[in-house]
Design a protein around this ligand. Sequence first.
Ligand code: ADP
Ligand code: ADP
Length: 225
Amino acid sequence: MIQFHNVSLAYQKDATALDTISFRAAKGEFLFLTGPSGAGKTTLLKLIYGALRPSRGQVIVNGQNISRLTPAEVPFLRRTIGVVFQDFKLLPHRTVFENVAITLEVAGCSGSDIGKRVMHILRQVGMEGKQGLTPLRLSGGEQQRVALARALVNEPRILLADEPTGNLDEANKMQILSIFKEANVKGTTVIVATHDRRLIEQTHQRVIVLRNGCLVEAGEAGHAE
Ligand code: ADP
Ligand code: ADP
């Protein structure tokens, strides 16, 4: 499902953010990506959703080599991947409903189908009744859940989350984690970048550790693809 073969990425010359990374994540796997700030976690996620291309090596996602995608093919790749960004990237002047519906509109779903699916996922993340509010009227934890709903509403094959529990209390963290697990049980491959040690310890999932752009621990490989 996701394969990195000797992947390096330099934003500038002599500024290597990832250095010769190799690992694979099987379909339906759930893994944590951890390591100190600046280790390269966000960069690695960006390579998976095609926001960056490797300077060297190959990134293969859904059987496609990211380096060979044409600009027209990138949106098709993105439709199979839900991303929860560190800063959420919610549209401030759109309602919660509209922020989540965007994913389905882009995918060309019909209006009534969109309404049903958006309300279903908002119930799942505990945001029912808030669909008419704009993000500015929500707490950080609520915005986090809307971002998660937007990433999951299209039942993506891959879910990527960048520090998804950053500003959440323990109860909210556990709720977000259970939503990840639920998506994973339904077959979504989940990769969560975090330096929240407690979150990792509580779940017993495979862990990949980055330090200074190098892979220092690749965890135990999951089941075969
Ligand atoms: P993490 O997510 O683990 O904190 P990042 O992937 O954000 O790490 O960053 C890895 C390294 O790449 C850091 O040294 C960071 O400063 C650098 N970096 C990240 N984004 C850029 C960019 N757009 N331009 C130049 N350097 C960058
Ligand atoms: P259905 O086909 O199931 O009737 P709808 O498209 O009518 O689906 O919407 C389902 C729910 O989504 C309703 O509760 C409706 O109030 C809510 N809804 C639809 N559009 C919006 C919107 N733009 N902003 C907020 N809530 C919306």
